[in-house]
Write a protein that binds this ligand. Structure first.
Ligand code: ZN
Length: 174
């Protein structure tokens, strides 16, 4: 397993639509292992493969609060098959949009169909934090970021701020 570098805004790869995984083979499993380790290290509760620069439809999530009881869920080719009409609001952040948070409304419950770590088809009903997290990550696979749900003004401010940070960081490194 290896910790990978997390891609941040405004990197254009984050806007790419990720590709369907044909087969859950050893290479994909290695990728999922790396994603999980990278997510734990960050730390975050969800990560899409595109966030480490690999535009494949893979997501890892672990919303368990207990450090000693890890409970990772691996989603390959996840697809929402149902969304509730009721909404839930969470203050969302994103590993690819460092230090920025915003209240986002999403369907409170959803059903997701996916392939698991062993390539078996699964369907899961999720609610609350897990439902929000799944939807946030599936958005990544379609090139959508949580800031896209904000007003253009708010979104532009965040992108500008992050673009500036990036330049400053580059200057220091050089
Ligand atoms: Zn994110």
């Amino acid at each position: 397993m290896a910790i990978k570098k997390i891609v941040t805004v405004p990197d254009s790869i984050l806007r790419k639509k990720s590709l369907v995984v044909e087969k859950v083979d050893k290479e994909i499993k290695n990728l999922m292992d790396d994603m999980l380790e990278t997510m734990y290290k960050a730390p975050g509760i969800g990560l899409a493969a595109v966030q480490i620069g690999i535009p494949k439809r893979i997501v890892v999530i672990d919303i368990s609060k207990d450090e000693n009881k890890k409970d990772p869920i691996y989603f390959v080719n996840p697809e929402l098959t149902w969304k509730s009409k009721e909404k839930a609001t969470y203050e969302e952040g994103c590993l690819s949009i460092p230090d920025q948070f915003a209240k986002i409304d999403r369907p409170e419950k959803c059903t997701v169909k996916f392939l698991d770590y062993n390539g078996n088809t699964k369907e899961m009903k999720a609610e609350g934090l897990l439902a929000t997290c799944i939807q946030h990550e599936i958005d990544h696979l379609n090139g959508i970021l949580f800031i896209d749900y904000l007003s253009k003004l708010k979104k532009d401010i965040i992108i500008k701020k992050l673009s500036k940070n990036k330049k400053e960081l580059e200057r220091i490194v050089v």
